[in-house]
Design a protein around this ligand. Structure first.
Ligand code: KIV
Length: 261
């Protein structure tokens, strides 16, 4: 393989995804396709598949690093993974998850971490989880000139405080809180919001109130797009997969075939 062939080439004829083009996709009813990637080859696959957005998810903690949750992954690990994805990607918008503990403490911490990601990796935006104080963090990061994607519903970084890995918004009270968080993140200036593990009826009730693109995972068909985890799509992760995960292949033996860990 020549050195030249290692450079990522934009998908021929396909313009780069921009924040404006994502809004236009929402306005035109064109579904937004988002997938996670964690290294150079998975980025190249995402590029070739023509997805709109690539997320270097902190799901890397589990799928790549073998941890039992997303919590342990560090800023340094995420910086390395995001830089590798950047080298394999040209056309899709590149978003990086800020890991647990790297932004919640204060606006200053959030801005400093987001700046590190933008400067070191060349990603286009960062993603943070939850409403509440994360709305203030999102506003601060956006105020510093860095685009932010929000994430509500099942927020794995704080799964321990929301009853574990279970659907959110299942009571009227929870649904209202979720709706308020999404609107607050939009008002803070987030360019898009991930809805994870939310009942379809709740998603459908909130969607008319949101003018920014909503990307769903286990949140029903009514969102503006869908996101899937690369390893789940290919069945190359043998850990627990949520029921809503859509598999297109099964390359690793299932847990039940190997005996539970
Ligand atoms: O970390 C991740 O992969 C995510 C997606 C599931 C949205 O946050």
């Amino acid at each position: 393989m020549s050195a030249g062939s290692l450079s990522p080439a934009a998908t021929p004829g396909r313009p780069r995804t921009t924040f404006a083009s994502l809004s236009a996709q929402k306005a035109n009813g064109e579904p937004i396709a988002m997938v996670t990637a964690y290294d150079y080859p998975s980025a190249q696959v995402a590029e070739a598949a023509g997805v709109d957005v690539v997320l270097v998810g902190d799901s890397a903690a589990m799928t790549v690093l073998g941890h039992e949750s997303t919590v342990p992954v560090t800023v340094e690990e995420m910086l390395m993974l995001t830089s590798a994805v950047r080298r394999g990607l040209t056309t899709p918008l590149l978003v990086a998850d800020l890991p647990f503990g790297s932004y919640e403490g204060s606006d200053e911490l959030a801005v400093a971490t987001a700046q590190r990601f933008i400067k070191t990796t060349g990603c286009d935006a960062v993603k943070i989880e939850r409403g509440g104080s994360s709305v203030d963090r999102a506003r601060a990061i956006i105020g510093a000139g860095i685009p932010v994607m929000g994430h509500v519903g099942l927020t794995p970084q704080t799964a321990a405080t929301i009853g574990g890995y279970r659907a959110q918004g299942r009571t009227a009270e929870e649904a209202l809180a979720l709706c308020e968080s999404a609107i607050a993140l939009q008002d803070a200036g987030c360019f898009a919001i991930v809805f994870e593990a939310i009942p379809t009826a709740v998603t459908d009730a909130v969607m008319p109130l949101l003018s920014v693109p909503v990307i769903g995972i286990g949140a029903g068909p009514g969102t503006d797009g869908q996101v899937l985890v690369f390893h789940d799509i290919l069945g190359i992760y043998d850990g627990h997969a949520a029921r809503f995960v859509k598999r297109y292949a099964q390359r690793a033996p299932r847990l039940e075939e190997r005996g539970a860990r």
